[in-house]
Design a protein around this ligand. Structure first.
Ligand code: ADP
Ligand code: ASP
Ligand code: MG
Length: 397
């Protein structure tokens, strides 16, 4: 008997029909004499809808406002976990939904982007011991009796953390594609599926915008040596296993191409005493819980790349401090990930050549570790992914 955490994403629970299929996947594991803990995302489109409603009435400038935003967003997962529990019950399976605060899953105080501090698994383990299937709301925890959400895509992180806290044998992330590919298969139809990928590679892919796995879920799994798989709730395909370096051996020269379109770029002029101004800038970001993906500083000017969700607050945070932030037109960040970026200098050369031959306009580039990232006009983002995938021959790796 094994204890398995199964997480189902938005499309997997996107309709009653889909939820019935998901319930069958849960039942299959139970029929194999395994115990299951389920983590559910909101039904597809629901979180987007709730965000849209909230942003019509607030710019989320204060903690009080972000607290309400989290209370609104958390409702999506409450519905899907309840419907999935009811569906399991209708199949004769003892199931019970649990919200993050009921477990409890304790987070820090950063509303809209909370990080999990601790999970007390006692309630969960009692539920399992009573032959129940706990169905837990993903994406949320609690701080001082207020619900806190974990950031977009955060249900994966809920699942990984719950798996660690309950000493599960593995964590299966069910989604709407067959596993982790060399690029988003919706952009590159002939992308190659990885049967395994190392934690290091997956972390970079996720950090660079491959939303198939939330980066913090990968971090948790790597830290606690959790067995993590990505697989489809729509097919019987084997999926992708995330493995340690020792198992992954040397890996691939290039693991994949990622694109992040959910970014916003700002140019900020800094007055003469540069050091202090950069410091004040960082302090303002920190104090207001604004995330920074990247910062490029040249000659008293800074180019800031941040998640687009945070961009609505840049003006209200920086203008009172005397900065004049200017938003640059729509950009996307395209990244090439693989140990070859670090180990094989010809890869960099190849990458720049492919982009140049294909007329891709590079506005900024930087490399770090096993990743090289470029800022390109958003309108050229998908083409950049396709030509890099093709030019580097990734369909055949
Ligand atoms: P879920 O709702 O199941 O959490 P997400 O939409 O968060 O699903 O993530 C799955 C999506 O990630 C896929 O539909 C795919 O478009 C996208 N994706 C981006 N990069 C990759 C990649 N390298 N491999 C597989 N899917 C990817
Ligand atoms: N429902 C949340 C989102 O859409 C969390 C998740 O799906 O992982 O971002
Ligand atoms: Mg997701």
């Amino acid at each position: 008997m094994a204890l398995i955490v199964q997480k189902f994403g938005g499309t997997s629970v996107g309709s009653i029909e889909r939820i019935r299929d998901v319930a069958k996947i849960v039942k299959t594991e139970l029929d194999n004499d395994n115990k299951v803990i389920v983590v559910a995302s909101a039904m597809s489109g629901v979180t987007d809808h709730l965000i849209n409603l909230s942003l019509q009435v607030s710019n989320l400038e204060t903690d009080d406002q972000r607290m309400e935003y989290d209370a609104i967003l958390a409702t999506g997962e409450k519905v899907s976990s309840g419907i999935l529990s009811l569906t399991l019950q209708s199949m004769g399976i003892k199931a019970r939904s649990w919200q993050g605060w009921q477990i409890p899953i304790l987070t820090d105080e950063f509303f809209t982007k909370g990080r999990i501090k601790t999970i007390d698994a006692t309630t969960l383990l009692t539920s399992i011991a009573n032959d129940e299937v706990p169905v837990i709301t993903g994406f949320q925890g609690v701080f001082n009796d207020r619900v806190v959400t974990l950031g977009r895509g955060g249900s994966d992180t809920s699942a990984a953390a719950i798996a660690v806290a309950s000493h599960a044998d593995r964590c299966d992330i069910y989604t709407d594609v067959d596993g982790v590919y060399t690029a988003d298969p919706r952009i590159v139809p002939n992308a190659h599926i990885h049967s395994y990928i190392t934690f290091e590679e997956m972390l970079e892919m996720a950090a660079a915008g491959s939303k198939v796995l939330h980066m913090r879920a990968v971090e948790i799994a790597a830290k606690f040596k959790l067995k993590l798989r990505v697989l489809s709730s729509f097919s019987q395909a084997q999926g992708t296993e995330i493995v340690s370096k020792e198992v992954g051996m040397e890996g691939h020269q290039v693991t994949g191409i990622a694109i992040d379109k959910n970014i916003s770029c700002w140019e900020v002029e800094c007055p003469p005493d540069k050091q202090n101004h950069f410091l004040r800038l960082f302090e303002a970001f920190e104090k207001n819980a604004l995330s920074l993906n990247q910062i490029i500083m040249v000659d008293g000017r800074a180019l800031l790349v941040l998640p687009s969700m945070d961009s609505i607050r840049v003006n209200s945070v920086l203008t009172p401090l005397g900065y004049k932030p200017k938003e640059l037109s729509q950009l996307a960040q395209v990244s090439v990930i693989g140990i070859g970026v670090k180990a094989d200098s010809t890869i960099l050369q190849k990458v720049f050549k492919i982009l140049s031959v294909n007329g891709i306009n590079i506005l900024a580039a930087n490399t770090s570790g096993i990743r090289i990232s470029f800022l390109v006009p958003e309108s050229q983002g998908d083409s950049a992914v396709i030509c890099l995938h093709d030019g580097l021959g990734l369909e055949n790796i």
